[in-house]
Design a protein around this ligand. Structure first.
Ligand code: HSE
Length: 440
């Protein structure tokens, strides 16, 4: 059988890796897919650079629409990114009857519902393994490997840039701004790292996993998002003294009232495997009722790791493209007419535990005032840590840090108590609140 032909839109880091790996492993890939897979056309605004990557045997054009219009192309691989032109091209490719493979998490998290509906109507596949956690086959695991399970929760380190920064902050005792500059100098963080450090990239990925895990529409606008920019080395150090690491987690959870979907820094017990995922690596923990807790670990970005996911999609699409569209794996794991409308909960309804750091006057009765307010709202304390004032502020200091770990409580209640605590005259600085996940 003649090879299936794919066209690539955008040949940057991931596109180059895809081209290279496909060429290098073409025989293995052919044996898996049942026929050869070739990228025969590439569109990139920088035609000369694209030509340098792909050599002479591949048609290179500047206009992506030429790829979509080519009747020999069965699969369009979108690696442009963003929701602007990428969205228009994906929709045009679908309406031209092409299967689409994309690594574009932002596009799917925000416009996935529209894109998947159009694809189902046209009878084509939209595959997106590379959109979440790069080389880790987490979409495949959630959508197929775990399909026996009622999935209960997912917690993932799904942004390598922030995990690198947090690892450096912990390892070297440095503050966020210093490490960010170093990460940019080394090329780990983008010149504009906003999406990474503010948690937006992780929220895109968590949104996609949430939809697949629970059979709900993608709802990025319902995700609670908090990045790592306000974290200090002090809190990382205190967390460590209490037996925890701080990680930026993407969390989605099924609870009685609905679905939690949130990204924020979290204390995680240092003994959990995921707490020991360091540097730019990614890891996702999935808990299903039958399988229990499973962990997926690997590189979440980079040329060939992400290409590995793109090519896995190419193999899947090649295997299934002659299959009856109704018998393919559904885009979001559940059949389109069996999706659930269970609500994503507002953050105030989320129940979790907390790390609080209060800078307090070192005088009699302060601890009693603080614990009294917590007790007044039935917030149970799990642990308290207080260092001598001298140790925190130097000799003669009159204030100190009071660290409290709480048991589970409703976020709305915690917000109210935090306001009361902040108003105490003995609380001398803005209170630091970081959520805590036991992941057991
Ligand atoms: N910027 C992402 C990260 C990689 O740092 O993990 C692409 O999703």
């Amino acid at each position: 059988m003649k090879p299936i032909q794919a066209g690539l839109l955008g040949i940057g880091t991931v596109g180059s890796g895809t081209f290279e790996v496909l060429k290098r492993n073409q025989e293995e890939i052919r044996r898996r897919a049942g026929r050869g897979i070739e990228i025969t056309m590439v569109a990139d605004l920088d035609v000369a650079r694209a030509r340098a990557v792909v050599g002479d045997g591949v048609k290179v054009v500047a206009d992506a629409r030429e790829v979509i219009a080519n009747p020999d192309i069965d699969i369009v691989i979108e690696l442009i990114g963003g929701y602007g032109i990428a969205k228009a091209l994906v929709m045009e490719a679908i309406s031209a009857g092409k299967h689409v493979i994309t690594a574009n998490k932002a596009l799917l998290a925000v416009h996935g519902t529209e894109i998947f509906a159009a694809a189902s109507q046209r009878g084509v596949m939209v595959a997106f393994e590379a959109a979440v956690a790069g080389g880790i086959p987490i979409i495949k695991a959630l959508r197929e490997g775990l399909s026996a399970n009622r999935i209960q929760w997912i917690a993932g380190i799904i942004n390598g840039t922030t995990n690198f920064i947090l690892s450096e902050m912990r390892g070297k005792g440095l503050d966020f701004d210093v490490v960010l500059k170093e990460a940019q100098r080394l090329g780990y963080a983008e010149a504009d790292p906003t999406f990474d450090i503010e948690g937006v990239d992780a929220a895109h990925k968590a949104t996609i996993m949430s939809a697949i895990a629970f059979g709900i529409p993608v709802q990025f606008n319902k995700a609670y998002i908090e990045g790592i920019t306000k974290l200090s080395a002090t809190d990382i150090r205190y967390a460590e003294q209490l037996g925890y690491r701080i990680k930026l987690l993407g969390i989605t959870k099924r609870v009685a009232k609905g679905i939690e979907l949130r990204v924020h820094p979290s204390l995680v017990p240092a003994k959990r495997l995921i707490a020991n995922v360091e540097g730019a690596m990614n890891a996702v923990v999935v808990h299903g009722d039958a399988v229990g807790t499973t962990l997926y670990y690997g590189k979440g970005a980079g040329s060939e790791p992400t290409a590995s996911a793109v090519i896995a999609d190419l193999v899947d699409v090649t295997r299934l493209h002659t299959a009856d569209p109704h018998h393919r794996v559904p885009h979001l794991a559940f059949q389109p007419d069996a999706m659930s409308d269970v609500a994503v909960l507002p953050m105030s309804e989320v129940v979790t535990s907390y790390y609080l750091r209060l800078r307090v006057a070192d005088e009699a009765g302060v601890l009693a005032q603080v614990t009294g307010l917590l007790a007044g709202r039935s917030i149970s304390i799990d642990a308290v840590l207080q260092r001598e004032a001298d140790e925190v502020g130097g000799e003669g200091a009159t204030s100190t840090d009071l660290i409290i770990l709480t048991h589970d409580t409703r976020e709305g209640t915690m917000n109210e108590v935090l306001e009361q605590l902040q108003a105490l005259p003995s609380v001398l600085a803005p209170i630091v609140r970081i959520r805590k996940e036991e992941l057991n």
